[in-house]
Design a protein around this ligand. Structure first.
Ligand code: AMP
Length: 584
């Protein structure tokens, strides 16, 4: 398939923000895509070059892209920079400049979807000396062969910033409409932006089937291929693969024990809520892999955990869900997350780190048992299996501490015990439910102290003054609303250190933020929302200054949350509820 056909779809999608219309556009398009191109097309529609679970990333910063546009268009860097400042989008910049150039020189080559994907994937393999120049050259070649609109979306794909607003829900539903739409008599009525469905119940069954297929593969490409090849039956052949990370189930928040019972029923399971990091652990005989909740592979950084899994998990093939929590080696007391956070990105002295900052693994769920998905088994059954296969070795590994009860008094006692032994609170879990990858469905809820830190994303920053002038030293922070909009909530400049040895430093933050700069205006820079930090504060106030209409009083940066992506941050709802509680 020609890339230009896909680009036409991007253009159509970008012209509307309506979810149903997105679904309609994509589903109509997918109907005609050959099986051979289907997987690749789905990936590119999602703005991806690799599936979600694949840790490879192109990792090309805006500054490098600017160079590639410079080589391809022949325009000066000054001009490109100016255009960039004006539009804030290098995709649009390359569209404008390539268009000008194409008017004066020969036409473009025909690019195919396959070729685009192959070339973009090549970018990842270029390493070592001279790799920067080689990458720039490769992108420049692609841009030179591209039509203006193609160039725009090539650039955006590389920068991981598609701006077409297609969510997972739209991709899922478009697979249903595309491959089962005729059978289900799904009709999109554009004028009213609604769908007519003959049998809503049956339709929902198909949506659920596609969602389940996606849940175990974590990739829409094989799901669409299966649907096209064999219809619903095709999904039966999709298997969960050990080694391929899945999205983790997420928790809702409750304010008290009664609310916990309301959500999870009586009796429910109550577990310690450890203040550590989520670890999804895959074991395939002697091959162990550990992933964060963002599906990053952190196996190398936690050699002791690999060792525990090999020795103390008495089953050959499993996927486990767990929380690894750091503790003080001398006192044995649990330490807050920030202490072990440094281990996530660590590339050297790993053994020393694991000696100095050991973690204890608390297994609380199981997703795959003996090589087969068991997400549809009730939690109670899954827990039984864990208890059977996880050997308890103090300060190394065990099953998350828990009670099953319907008695509020007993829960109160257990809650106190949790807090007193250095935990954040309790998790409450419904006994008879399946595991929902990626879902915040209320099957597990959290109960913790009211004063909680927020996880926020950096959306703006400012260059410092005087001796801080080489650093981005003040950060505008945002939470997220239901429609995935980032809303500003305050500015933080304290909590970071001037010297690297003392903790998260300004220099380190600057290194992280610089490649994400989208726009510069004097001292202020606009940052692509990617870096998540944990922030403490004195109080939440109402404020007209920020787009969230709240402001943090005395915000203080606690640590980087490398285990979280921009979509995992604190929501506006959480901020609102914290604010309301404060008032009480
Ligand atoms: P929060 O990060 O506040 O949304 O709380 C949910 C997180 O708590 C999960 O993602 C886990 O990383 C962590 N957690 C700690 N202990 C448990 C537990 N026993 N069960 C489930 N999650 C836990």
């Amino acid at each position: 398939m020609h890339y230009s056909e896909l680009v036409e779809v991007y253009v159509e999608l970008e012209a509307t923000t309506k979810r149903l219309e997105h679904t309609h556009i994509i589903s109509e398009f997918l109907k005609d895509v050959s099986l051979d191109d289907l997987g690749n097309t789905i990936l590119l529609l999602e703005g991806r070059v690799f599936p979600r679970w694949d840790e490879r990333e192109i990792g090309m910063a805006s500054k490098m892209m600017l160079k590639a546009i410079n080589v391809a268009s022949g325009d000066t860097k000054d001009r490109i920079n100016k255009e960039w400042k004006k539009t804030g989008d290098l995709g649009t910049v390359s569209y404008n400049l390539i268009r000008e150039k194409k008017q004066s020189t020969l036409g473009s080559h025909e690019l195919t979807v396959k070729k685009i994907l192959n070339n973009l994937r090549k970018l990842v393999t270029i390493e070592g000396i001279g790799s920067v120049d080689k990458k720039i050259q490769l992108v420049a070649e692609l841009l030179t062969s591209a039509k203006p609109n193609e160039a725009k979306y090539i650039v955006r794909t590389i920068l991981n910033d598609m701006r077409i607003g297609v969510g997972e829900g739209s991709i899922r539903d478009s697979i249903v409409w595309s491959f089962f739409g005729d059978k289900l008599k799904v009709k999109y009525v554009k004028e009213e932006n609604k769908i007519d469905i003959e049998d809503r119940e049956k339709y929902n069954e198909y949506v659920d089937a596609v969602q389940r297929a996606y849940d175990i593969t974590n990739d829409f490409a094989p799901v669409a291929e299966a649907a096209k090849k064999k219809g619903l039956k095709g999904f039966d052949e999709l298997e969960m693969q050990i080694g391929v990370p899945l999205k983790v189930m997420l928790a809702l928040k409750v304010d008290n024990i009664d609310e916990g019972f309301e959500r999870c029923g009586k009796p429910a399971e109550f577990e310690f809520k450890y203040d550590g990091m989520r670890m999804q652990i895959h074991k395939n005989n002697n091959d162990v892999k550990i992933f964060t909740r963002r599906l990053e592979n952190i196996t190398k950084q936690f050699p002791e955990v690999v060792d525990y899994i090999k020795k103390y998990i008495h089953e050959r093939k499993v996927i486990l869900d767990s929380e690894a929590v750091g503790y003080n080696k001398k006192t044995g007391k649990y330490l807050p997350f920030q202490n072990i956070s440094q281990r996530i990105k660590r590339k050297y002295d790993i053994e020393k780190m694991s000696e100095e900052m050991p973690v204890e693994v608390n297994v609380f769920d199981i997703i795959n048992y003996k090589g087969k998905s068991i997400i549809n088994e009730p939690f109670e059954e899954r827990k039984k299996i864990i208890k059977k296969i996880v050997e308890y070795v103090p300060k190394k590994i065990g099953v998350a501490k828990s009670i099953v009860t319907a008695d509020k008094k007993e829960v109160e006692k257990f809650y106190k015990e949790a807090i007193n032994s250095g935990n954040e609170g309790l998790m409450i879990k419904k006994l008879d439910v399946s595991y929902k990858p990626g879902g915040r469905v209320g099957f597990m809820v959290k109960l913790k102290e009211t004063k909680e830190n927020l996880d926020l994303v950096v959306v703006n920053a400012e260059w410092g003054e005087g001796k801080r002038s080489k650093w981005l030293s003040s950060y505008t922070l945002a939470c997220i609303d239901e429609n995935n909009n980032f809303l500003e909530i305050g500015k933080a400049s304290t909590g970071l250190k001037e010297k690297k040895e003392e903790g998260l430093s300004f220099a380190e933050m600057t290194d992280l933020l610089k490649p994400l700069i989208k726009k510069e205006e004097g001292k202020e820079v606009v940052i692509k929302p990617k870096i998540v930090i944990e922030v403490a504060y004195e109080e939440i106030q109402k404020s007209p200054t920020y787009s969230s209409s709240y402001a943090l009083r005395f915000p203080r940066v606690i640590c980087l949350r490398e285990d979280r992506g921009p979509k995992d941050i604190s929501t506006l709802k959480i901020v609102e509820s914290l604010y309301n509680k404060q008032k009480k």
